[in-house]
Write a protein that binds this ligand. Structure first.
Ligand code: BGP
Length: 488
């Protein structure tokens, strides 16, 4: 991986590091959840929304169909040396043509919701200006198909496929013009889809694509900017989120809901004492200062600004107002614990423990296995910011997924991982943490960014030659969880 860092490690290096933090004074919102306590039940709250997730570039294929313009990921995936297995997403899982079959796969599992993303370059091939109605038509068809089958659509507006033209014209997220164009695009989509789509997510994982795309990491557009410029990029992405929230409020139907979908930096108390739990909460606020914290509090923390120093982004108080436009919920992608934390008697209030080399991980080396991340991440969000609702917008794992004779895939490693993570999520909901739904990543094997087609995350195995979908054993597991609304 680039410079010896995996993209996940780069993503968590955010704008500042734990060790550089100065005094952190956390603003604690009203407590929604109680102190940790043993729970004997295995059920989830009534009406809990079980779903699966995908993203446009990773599953759709059909990159030249119906007037779609190129995105930075098309350019990047076709640049030699960027994708591990030399694949690209020109076909991916062919969801663009097979969406009806894929909706049936969800229905067969009993899934109640589908989180997909809309490809900006399908809707505005030129990034802004003239829309391409044929591009949006695909999402009309997809949404109608979901609704006809009792599946609630949740649309993400940006899952990294920036129109290439905006990168060429403005330097992409380096420019406020891209943030403005995103607001326009969000308003246009809300105007046309919010009669049937009630729930939108603005931007998927700012914490990854900013660092990994602009800060020397291995993702598109593949830039290695100085830290002040990376911080400015992140500020523009936060601004784009806020502009999109405002545009959706202004142009969507009354009752349309919106929030971010962020890979929150997850800080876990190494040992569950009240002091360590509090330290992990303080750490969470500071480690997410450049995005979630500024969105939910309307200010950059003192520690963030002190650490950034001359590299701090330039912004106005008006920007902060836009960025912190009220949201209806907070979406968090939770795969892994980023930091194990203990209380410290110093200015920071927390200390980060070094990760042992032997810490277990999945078939994706960045993905350390720490099920309690799915308890602490939503719990910290609830305690720090008291949102109306929280969604787990992604959780899941890659696995080898080799079919045995007869073609079955017994992905026991995925089942064991999901069960242990869901046990921790159940612990959170049973304590009153307001998690309303869970989207398993992913419905299908797909194009996993720089890993290409090599890493399989799907509940359904995809044969990328024939596009045949085969349920893995985890489909039966997830079906059981959904049917019981409880651990299985
Ligand atoms: C999240 C992304 C998804 C998906 C998933 C798997 O960060 O939002 O798009 O890619 O992680 O991770 P990876 O492909 O890095 O193994």
């Amino acid at each position: 991986m680039f410079k010896g860092f995996s993209r996940r490690q780069l993503a968590k290096l955010a704008a500042w590091s734990a060790l550089g933090a100065s005094t952190a004074s956390a603003k604690a919102g009203p407590t929604r959840s109680g102190e940790p306590k043993a729970s004997v039940v295995s059920g989830f709250p009534k009406g809990f929304l079980w779903g699966t997730a995908t993203s446009a570039y990773q599953v759709e294929g059909a990159v030249r169909a119906d007037g779609r313009g190129p995105s930075i990921w098309d350019t990047f995936a076709h640049t030699p040396g960027k994708i591990v297995d030399r694949s690209n997403a020109d076909r991916a899982s062919d969801h663009y043509h097979r969406y009806k079959e894929d909706v049936q796969l969800m229905k067969a599992m009993g899934a109640k919701a589908y989180r997909f993303s809309i490809a900006w370059p399908r809707v505005f091939p030129d990034g802004a200006g003239e829309p391409n109605p044929k591009g949006l038509d695909f999402y009309h068809r997809l949404v109608d198909e979901c609704l006809a089958n009792g599946i609630e659509p949740f649309a993400t507006l940006y899952h990294w496929d920036l129109p290439q033209v905006l990168q060429d014209r403005f330097g992409g997220w380096e420019s406020r013009d891209t943030a403005k164009a995103f607001g326009e695009y969000a308003g246009y989509v809300a105007e046309r889809l919010s009669d049937r789509v009630t729930n939108f997510f603005t931007i998927n994982e700012c914490g990854r694509f900013v660092e990994a795309g602009y800060g020397g990491g291995p993702d598109a557009p593949g830039l290695n900017l100085a830290q002040n410029r990376v911080n400015q990029v992140r500020h523009h992405v936060a601004l784009a989120h806020g502009l999109a929230v405002q545009a959706i409020r202004a142009r969507g139907r009354t009752g349309t809901k919106v929030g971010p979908a962020e890979n929150i930096v997850v800080c876990v108390p190494a040992i569950e004492t009240p002091a360590n739990a509090r330290a992990a909460e303080i750490a969470t606020r500071e480690m997410n200062a450049g995005y979630l914290t500024v969105i939910l509090e309307g200010k950059y923390t003192d520690a963030f600004l002190a650490y950034a120093g001359a590299n701090a982004p330039t912004y106005t108080t008006d920007d902060l107002k836009i960025i912190s436009s009220p949201v209806d919920y907070v979406g968090i992608n939770v795969y892994t614990p980023h930091y194990y934390v203990t209380a410290a008697d110093d200015a920071h209030g927390f200390a980060v423990l070094p990760m042992p080399a032997s810490f277990p991980h999945t078939s994706s080396p960045w993905h350390k296995i720490g099920p309690e991340a799915l308890y602490w991440a939503p719990r910290h969000v609830a305690k720090l910011w008291n949102p109306k609702a929280i969604y787990i917008t992604e959780n899941g794992t890659s696995a080898a997924d080799e079919p045995v004779a007869g073609g079955n895939v017994y992905d026991l490693d995925r089942i064991v991982l999901l069960r242990s993570y869901l046990t921790q999520l159940q612990r959170a909901t049973s304590e009153g943490v307001p998690v309303r739904g869970y989207f398993l990543w992913s419905l299908l094997d797909n194009f996993e960014w720089t890993d290409g087609l090599d890493k399989r995350y799907g509940l359904y195995r995809v044969d990328f030659e024939t596009q045949r979908r085969t349920p893995k054993l985890s489909v039966s597991f997830y079906r059981e969880v959904i049917a019981r609304n409880a651990l299985a």
